[in-house]
Design a protein around this ligand. Structure first.
Ligand SMILES: *[C@@H]1O[C@H](CO)[C@@H](O)[C@H](O)[C@H]1NC(C)=O
Ligand SMILES: *[C@@H]1O[C@H](CO)[C@@H](O)[C@H](O)[C@H]1NC(C)=O
Length: 763
């Protein structure tokens, strides 16, 4: 015991000094991004749609909500349609009683549906908190009507905020929940038993200590059920509130003992689940678990359990994913057990093994054997991750839910893709590679923190459903169309997406006879893609001394941008500034007219993503033509102004694949008559005449004033680099004079970020 304590202390010390790696998502999509459309389902009068159940054929999604149960038609991937709704609400009397017990009528007393399971092919079972007095119903799935209503005991929690889990098998229901008003009596039990009495757990000893139940799974071959949870680890008696993650087992057909353990499990046992990096503090709080069955034809013992864990000691947003095999869980329950000292309630190691511990079929066991069962329920074997260490460790995201799927890549290799929901509302799609995990994309699904939420994955349909307090969101597991070129499709390294040479599009892999360009392991573009066709060049006309901003957007968060120009070996720092958003800023001068290329580098592959030629004005523009211009381009500007904030919102971390697409479209399909083309399409260039930079923001675009100031600052830096402070002050004076002289002159606006620049358009 002492050495365990020292070990743990050492871990604490080491843990404090070691850092955890972080995984940046390659692309980010904010909520309601038009580039990665999701389907949001909500009804004005239905809330807390958090208990989800998908039909076997993935065509119907049943939803347990507040005071209602819904059936949704999800047979179409891009639509969620309400089929039926059952209202199931406590009476005014129930509500009054709940309130009298000191509960908040709005928050605690409605009926929150917490269990939704198939009893058989035609009937659904549901259990709801029902004003802190759980009830259950049986629903005919066809007519979607309630056929039976009961007072449920021990099938779902009284409190709508306590976690529970349930699983129905062949009409029998297995639940893990607290079973009392105060929520302190945990219970794992079987209901609707077909071959014996309903069975629950022995309450003469503390089999569970303040558990939080997170999931359950069936081991059909061994006829066992597993419950995943975390609880206070009483074996660590030196630390009071040390929580540990656990898996517990019961046998499906357990009927209890004859004299000892009547109607109680004779097969209950639990084992620690360990998720820890070497020399790190353990991730000891299990948040969610997902059972991934073996590939078709595989051995059931290869079933995998993916668990997301957080740590009791973490200060920030730390979490990890560990994977366990069913085989290791079975081994733990077949091994040695600790024995509870009945007087001291301490756990010790069993000296000899009792072969019957953890086994099914003890109904005829002797009282002496069952006495041993009663006090030896904690396996001394820890279930360790199949990969020794966590698969994913994040120091920036607190994962709360997990789903996993296997998918075959174009080269016939299988890959596992995880979907991790973070507390902050993003789904991280992670592909597990030999060289480590890779976050292909992050997709925001909610903005308000959710106390209760759930996810369900249909891997056959390729859709992830997320149940939240305000509705259900359906997220396609991939949207390959966001990758607009072969190189982008291959660099994404998404096993679900490949580039079709015949249709020149990035498409979903499923059922494609055609061989698609894809390289999940290395993202080798040169090997997979035809050479890049050179992109078209935008020509920009500017006056001498204008400040030019050439825009270039990172195609992904992983890309690095470099600007090159044939007339310079390296762009001299005293003439050019590359701003954080990737733009190139400089002052138009004889030396800086010429061509510029923006190159994006990722995974050793470089590609020109934007090209410009900066030239002096082709012909002087007469003043009279300004009015016409104003009219034509006014609409364009409106569009930009409305579009710019949206784009910024969509890609906060600056890696929009779709944004890159926008650039490309702008280069290849200039919209005729939509002057000014460069600004209108891609927002690629901003030209700011020094005088205008001073005058416009307050007059025409008060809303954009902060942005205008920011970009003016950039420009000032350039100006000062070029001309020095004195010249700058002179310019300011000139500008003010000029401005006064041109009060009536029309000011033009460009981007939201830059205000009132003088605009030169190629003829
Ligand atoms: C399904 O379960 C319900 C409720 O227990 C029962 O009434 C019904 O007969 C069962 N149906 C089948 C096909 O077993
Ligand atoms: C129900 O939803 C509301 C928001 O609509 C949320 O504040 C509340 O916490 C939810 N309650 C439960 C039990 O999930």
């Amino acid at each position: 015991m002492a050495s365990t304590f020292l070990n743990l202390l050492l871990l604490v010390v080491v843990g404090m000094f070691s850092s955890v790696c972080s995984l940046p998502p390659r692309i980010s999509f904010l909520l309601n991004s038009t580039h990665r459309p999701l389907v949001h389902f909500k009804l004005p009068d239905v809330h807390n749609t958090t208990t989800l159940l998908l039909s076997d054929d993935s065509s119907t999604l049943y939803v347990g909500a507040r005071d209602a149960i819904l059936s949704l038609d999800v047979s179409q991937v891009d639509a969620v349609v309400l089929k039926r709704k059952v209202t199931w609400r406590p009476t005014a009397g129930d509500m009054k009683e709940c309130e009298d017990k000191g509960k908040n009528p709005q928050v605690d007393c409605p009926n929150f549906v917490r269990v939704l399971q198939f009893l058989n092919s035609s009937h659904l079972y549901a259990c709801g908190s029902f004003s802190f007095s759980p009830r259950d119903v049986v629903i005919d799935a066809d007519s979607f009507s309630v056929v039976q209503l009961d007072k449920a005991s021990g099938r779902c929690p009284f409190s709508p905020f306590q976690r529970n889990t349930a699983i129905a098998i062949d009409g029998e229901l297995f639940t893990a929940t607290t079973s009392d008003f105060r929520g302190v009596k945990p219970q794992i039990s079987r209901h609707f038993s077909k071959h014996g009495p309903d069975v629950s757990q022995d309450s003469s000893v503390n089999l569970l200590d303040e558990p939080t139940f997170v999931g359950s799974s069936l081991d059909a071959a061994e006829r066992k059920l597993y419950f995943f949870f975390n609880e206070v680890g009483k074996e660590f008696s030196f630390m009071d509130e040390l929580r540990v993650a656990r898996v517990a087992q019961v046998c499906k057909d357990d009927v209890g003992g004859q004299r000892t353990l009547q109607k109680k499990w004779t097969s209950f046992a639990k084992a620690p689940l360990l998720c820890r990096s070497p020399r790190q503090l353990p991730f000891n709080i299990l948040q969610d678990v997902f059972s991934l069955p073996p590939p078709e034809g595989g051995d059931a013992s290869d079933t995998l359990f993916y668990g997301v864990f957080t740590s009791q000691w973490s200060v920030g947003q730390q979490s990890a994913v560990c994977v366990f095999t069913l085989q290791d869980v079975r081994t733990a329950f077949a091994g040695r057990y600790r024995t509870l000292e009945m007087q001291t309630h301490q756990c010790n190691h069993v000296m000899g093994t009792h072969p019957f511990l953890g086994k099914c079929g003890l109904d005829a066991a002797s009282d002496a054997e069952l006495f041993e069962v009663k006090r030896s329920f904690l396996s001394s074997t820890e279930v360790k991750p199949a990969t020794d260490a966590p698969l994913v460790v994040s120091s920036q995201h607190q994962f709360s839910r997990v789903a996993a799927m296997r998918t075959m890549a174009a080269n016939g290799k299988w890959f596992t893709v995880l979907f991790l929901l973070t507390e902050s509302g993003f789904v991280h799609k992670v592909v597990l590679l030999d060289q480590g995990p890779r976050v292909i994309e992050e997709i925001q699904v909610f903005t308000q923190p959710q106390l209760v939420k759930s996810i369900v994955l249909s891997s056959t349909k390729g859709v992830l459903y997320i149940g939240m307090s305000e509705g259900v969101t359906s997220v396609p597991v991939a949207d390959c169309s966001v990758y607009t070129s072969c190189s982008r499709c291959v660099l994404a390294r998404d096993p679900l997406c490949g580039w079709s040479l015949s249709s020149s599009a990035c498409v979903r892999l499923d059922d494609r006879p055609e061989l698609l360009a894809q390289d999940v392991e290395n993202g080798n573009v040169e090997k997979e893609c035809p050479p890049q066709t050179s992109i078209s060049v935008d020509t920009v006309h500017v006056e001498l001394n204008d400040v030019v901003r050439l825009r270039c957007v990172k195609p992904s968060n992983m890309a690095t941008l470099t600007w090159t120009s044939p007339q310079f070996k390296d762009l001299p720092e005293k003439l050019f500034i590359q701003s954080a958003d990737g733009s190139l800023l400089f002052h138009a001068a004889a030396a800086t007219f010429g061509s510029y290329h923006c190159e994006a580098e990722e995974s050793g592959y470089s590609e020109v993503v934007a090209s410009f030629t900066v030239q002096p004005p082709a012909s002087p523009r007469s003043t009279s033509s300004h009015d016409d211009d104003r009219h034509v381009s006014g609409g364009e500007y409106e569009e930009i102004v409305s579009e710019e904030p949206q784009t910024t919102k969509t890609r906060p971390s600056g890696g929009p694949e779709g944004e890159g697409q926008k650039n490309e479209t702008s280069s290849t399909n200039p919209r005729p008559g939509s002057e000014p083309r460069v600004q209108g399409d891609g927002s690629n260039v901003t030209v700011t005449s020094i005088g205008d930079a001073w005058s416009s923001s307050s007059e025409e675009e008060p809303l954009n004033a902060p942005g205008g100031e920011k970009s003016y600052y950039d420009e000032l830096v350039v100006v000062s680099l070029l001309l020095g402070l004195c010249v700058c002050v002179l310019a300011l004076g000139c500008a003010l004079v000029w401005r006064r002289k041109n009060v009536g002159l029309r000011q033009k606006r460009l981007l939201g970020a830059d205000s009132g620049p003088e605009l030169k358009v190629e003829e």
